[in-house]
Design a protein. Sequence first.
Lengths: 817, 145
Amino acid sequence: MFAMVAARLGAPVTAMDDLLNDFLAETSEILAEAGGALVAWEADPADRERLDAIFRFVHTIKGSSGFLSLPRVTALAHAAEDALDQVRRGQRQADAALVTAVLGIVDRLSDLCAALGTQGSEPAGDDSAVIAALASTGSAPVAPAESAAEPARSDAEADDLSVDLQAWRSIRVPLPLLDSVMTGVTDIVLARNEFSRMLRESGADASLVASFDRLSDSIAAMRQSVSHMRMQRIDKLFAPLPRIVRDLAQDLGKKVEFSATGGEVELDREMMENIRDPLIHIVRNALDHGIEPLDQRVAAGKSVTATLSVSARQSGNQIEIEVRDDGRGLSPDALAAKAIASRILTAAEARALSPKDKLELIFRPGFSTAAKVTSVSGRGVGMDIVKANLERIGGIVELRNEEGRGLAIVLRVPMTLTIISGLMVRAAAQYFAIPRGAVREILLENSDSVRIDRVGGGELVTVRGEQFPLLRLETILDCDVDESDDADERAIVIVRPGQGLSYAISVAAIHDHEELVIKPAAPPIMATGLYAGTTLPDNGRPVLLLDVQGVMAAAAIDASESGRAAAGAGEAEDAAASVRDAAQLLLFRDIDQRLRGVRLSVIERVEEVPVLALFESAGQVRAQIGEQIFPVHADRLPDTQGTVKLLRLHDGRAVLCYPIDAVIDIVRLPDAVQPAATPGLIAGVVLVGGEPVEVIDPFWLMERYAPVAASLVETRQPLCTLAGDQDGWGDNFLAPLLRQAGYRVAGSDEAGGERPDVMLCLADDPAQCGVAGDDVPMIRLRASLEAAASDEESVYRYDRQALLEALRRRVGGGRAA
Amino acid sequence: MMDKLYLVARIADTRVALRSRAINSVVVVGTPVAVPAAPPHVAGLFALRSRVLTLIDPHVVVGLAPVPVAAGQRVIVVDVAGHGYALLADAIEDVCFIDAPETRVAGKLLPGWARIAEAMIEHQGASLLVVDPARLIAEPVASAY
């Protein structure tokens, strides 16, 4: 019989092959789920539903394997089914030994399926030991009283099975078929774009265009559903984890309660394959290194049973998977000491690291947190590999550490493997894409904050005191610079190819960023090491995706950040740089064509959005950017088409968009500011290159859009110090207002010995501001509109009137005393 | 029957026969995009509907100087190891059944041709080299020129 099956399977393509493939696919899914269900059932043997589910799993395998004549699989499934059925009928007690024996069967079935997949036939072998393990375990009949407790339910067996069939309302589709549907839809999209271009050029009449737009919309909707077809519930990824945790916890003698949530989140199946190993590695690490042995947990006052949870959630186009344990967490200092011992860095370098940088040491190659390599997680796979694997698919790894209380590792991955966000750049009259995730900063080459030096044949760029090796894309690619390039457009893209690495790429121009469907390039192209793949934008001209790691290797530059003349090299230089930063002005042409400027430090970024992203609601123009909605400084919606540029002003908490026509330059803010007569949008006028430039008052703007109205109150000219100004809000937003109101302003430590008249505390915690000393009155500013009960004395920081009122009162009081 | 079907074409200034089962299609080349730093026989990339094909110049593979891609030139699309390639053809002659058996390559070939020719076949009074597309894709030997 056995030989007959093999012979049948040996035929080139038969219906039998398809059946076997279906069986294997289904069985491996069932086995993965069964492992998890068994562990859950072991934790709660009274859970009848779980038991029924497991019973159905083995019952299904037995049924299909019988049909395919796979005697070993049938025998194994049959034995497990028998044992479980005894439990269902109350003739046998569920215990750890039984679960272990059933898990043994599950393992053996997995092995057999793997062999079936590669050889096409069931290998010969003896399963009697595994089957005997089922019988030999304490099969003492349960007490009659207990079995009598639920006699009615075991009669419902037949019903259970039919209900289950209803639950499988899905069909199996071979992956190549899905891929061909995907390709087909992409073809349609390209043809649509071509058609739409021709339609525009031909000047077709409106009804034709409208009807084409409808077609276009349905194509877009179809593209969306097709990409969902590749999605799978993340449950599949979590299914083997309970089993891994159980086995490992038993080996290590630890007690762990495992939970998985968010299993309904969907993820591209290829992406799922790519994060399976990293996820398992992290879970194993958490058990092995994170969770303390029982005695240490008791000593630390923790519950003996540790908790380990895995959760998934979707945020925008990304999936976030968090593995959290309540173990000992990471100790930054211990990590640094370890790194020094393994000669990953020197003691001097270690001292310069912030606690966060020290944590990131675990991602350095050759770093292993365990004092010695253990059999559990010491398999030559380190966190560096985990990180590299994730970055390869456009994901990132984050650490949320609470030393002594636990560690959470967050994996953030794009929803599909094939679509990444890419920055399109031009060089040598050709477009290239750079993965957006690797880009740290983009600057114009002729910007004030960029300095380029030629040193010994190489080039390096200094950006705000930080140095980066500079590579010209044309040089890397061995091309000539295109003569029609505009020198003003040349830009510098600072990229991060990996942890602790960065360098700058100079390109002829920045185009835009796009969502790109990436496909691997042909081997001769991949062999150059410079490219990570190809993509086909909607214009139908292929674009190469640059491999920022490969470029670094090909150029043979040392991109390591350690030891570089960075901003942190000298405190004084650092401080000087930050002062310079604070006093930079972004010049732009406003919508009304006026030349205006705003302090660079309050700009979060410049955004270009379609006009359609702006909308009006509740009398306020707003912009939708990504998933968020921000207020826009505009009285009405723009009546133009296309896109609009927005400055994103950020005060550390809120964002306001300011529409502009074009960015002109970044210049140093001149010292001589002619203040405006009344508070308003314009704080004053400065001369830049002989031209008058109106300087925007960010305080006035933010206040206008903060939910409070206020008016100006006149005051006198005392000295005001700012304390606890950690995010620069005081300096950037508050100080200009205070100066305009006639105060002199200084940081808490730069008053120069002069006794301040009043101190403003900007920190949430008054203790951080220290004592004002010598009965200097203190005013606390709070960030929230509502005051907490204990906080009545504080002033809302955008309440201009209340703030000035409080200042006047305190200063007046101080003077009188 | 399929085994006997060949595409007779002129590539790298030489008439050759390609087994039809190795060939996906014959199309007109799209506007190619250069691949900087790629091996010299990679003449660029172009899109065939939603597929990105790698354009191969057989001239370079056999050790001749590269030829520029002309608009409207025809290319032979082949699939090798899951990737799509397009071989630049000087001319596409015919798809035909050749009943004669493939024979061992007799005579001494130039090194470039020796590497890509698999066999010879007699067709309409001429001997054609039977070329394996997969061997055209691999990195060429150092150019004779």
